[in-house]
Write a protein that binds this ligand. Structure first.
Ligand SMILES: [Zn+2]
Length: 458
């Protein structure tokens, strides 16, 4: 089963093969760390985490090198640091730590590398110097600009004609630009902003050059896969590619360009609706991370996704159903550790997660209704398929008790133990009284062959 991926540059799905199967490289544009991450920014994290997992399964864990950068030089960071009266690294360290912890709650593995712009400054300056040497960049009034006229394929990735790219450039074209579409590689810092020395005067890098330099430093150019949100195609990725192609890389920058669609927010009427909670840091305190991960993958990654409370609820119920099947099959011993072929085939078809999810439900049905051999196989495949995509690794009991805090859990466990004693002593009124108390706590008790289990009612 070969992997096919949609390549934004080719504008079609094509078979993926890395340059070197022993060293598969992927880079995804990461966050600017000045605040908690918006759920819209978590979509590329989860989508490319799924791809990372698929690649690791295909080529081996240590063969896949995945870099996701952190932009820690930015106007918004400076503003926040000034507002709080602290150095910028206090802001960036705080929000990077929160970002990593929130993304791991969404089941995202840590990338192999997480380069930061402030730690890549020598490589950035070296990259710019090479562009200047190749006549692909020029210095003017303390700035260094990329010379878009030096690169004949400028606009090829986004498919935009030059006049449209010029119209999209800032309305007031700076006088030091040779061409309106030329973009900044280096610029003087404003008072109070962080500043670095360079051959062109003190200043700071532009955003696009950071990524090209971080890719080159962390992974080496060209890379196999470059990913990010669809909004990055122009100008960010167009500019990244132009830089890379003009800096001695034998005519190749990224072999596959992949972009995820937007998250759309309708107007949720009820202010208390979960659909109105947009920071991952807040969402993970209200909804299991696994349900948020499911919600982010419920549609195909290239399509826009309507984000609302109903979607989150639907995702939690989907996982209730799968964990419910696993809980009822607690005594079934899995007979395989391989994911189902249909599940893998769906992911290999340009990460078709909706199709892959449908296969998980098919496996759950087989687990409930099949004969003994079918159940054993279905359980193994369900767990292995889930593991591949970052799902179903919790204890089913723990999943259903995820809505209870520690104090409530302790109280429920004590009541259930008391009820077992009452029933053993044939004290039926007492058993019924305890059951009523549990119901009042919104706890549902299910008596099964292996004893009583419980969950908080939805
Ligand atoms: Zn980038």
């Amino acid at each position: 089963m070969s992997l096919s991926l949609y390549d934004t540059m080719a504008r079609e799905k094509r078979p993926f093969a890395p340059t070197d199967p022993a060293r598969v490289t992927m880079y995804v544009c990461g966050p600017t760390v000045y605040n908690f991450a918006h759920i819209g920014n978590a979509r590329p994290v989860v989508v490319f985490d799924l791809l990372f997992r698929v690649l690791r399964r295909l080529y081996g864990e240590s063969a896949v090198l995945y870099a996701a950068n952190v932009t820690d030089v930015d106007d918004k960071i400076n503003q926040r640091a000034q507002a709080e009266g602290v150095p910028i690294d206090v802001i960036t360290d705080r929000y990077l730590e929160a970002y990593n912890s929130d993304m791991s709650v969404l089941g995202a593995l840590r990338p192999t590398f997480q380069p930061r712009a402030t730690q890549t400054m020598a490589a950035i300056i070296d990259f710019i110097a090479r562009l200047v040497r190749n006549n692909a960049a020029y210095a003017a009034e303390g700035h260094v600009l990329f010379n878009t006229q030096a690169y004949s394929d400028y606009g090829k990735l986004s498919g935009r004609p030059m006049d449209e790219m010029i119209a999209g450039a800032r309305v007031d074209v700076a006088p030091y630009k040779q061409h309106p579409a030329d973009f900044v590689l280096w610029k003087p810092s404003k008072p109070g902003e962080p500043v670095w020395d360079s051959p062109w005067g003190p200043g700071r890098p532009g955003w696009h050059i950071e990524c090209s330099a971080m890719i080159e430093q962390a992974l080496g150019l060209p890379i196999d896969i470059h990913g990010g949100g669809i909004d990055l195609v122009f100008p960010h990725h167009e500019n990244e590619m132009a830089q890379g192609m003009c800096a001695d890389h034998a005519g190749e920058y990224a072999r596959f360009w992949m972009h995820n669609g937007f998250l759309n927010f309708g107007d949720e009427k009820m202010s208390k609706s979960l659909g109105n909670v947009v920071l991952v840091h807040d969402l993970v305190t209200k909804v299991p991370g696994e349900a948020l991960r499911w919600a982010l993958l419920i549609g195909h990654y290239r399509q826009p996704l309507e984000w609302n409370g109903e979607l989150i609820e639907q995702s939690r119920k989907a996982l209730d159903r799968l964990y419910g099947a696993l809980r009822r099959a607690a005594d079934v011993a899995p007979s395989t550790t391989d994911p189902s072929e249909a599940f893998v085939a769906a992911l290999h078809d340009d990460l078709n997660s909706p199709q892959a999810f449908a296969e998980l439900f098919a496996l759950a049905s087989e687990l409930e209704t099949g004969d003994a051999a079918a159940k054993a196989r279905a359980k193994g495949q369900l767990l292995a398929s889930g593991a591949l995509a970052g799902f179903l690794q919790a204890d089913p009991e723990a999943w259903f008790q995820g809505g209870a805090d520690e104090a409530l859990k302790a109280r429920v466990e004590a009541l259930i133990a008391a009820r077992i004693q009452a029933r053993a002593a044939k004290d039926w009124p007492e058993a019924d009284r305890i059951r009523a108390e549990l119901t009042a706590l919104n706890i549902e008790v299910m008596d099964g062959p292996t004893g009583a289990t419980w969950r908080v009612r939805a």
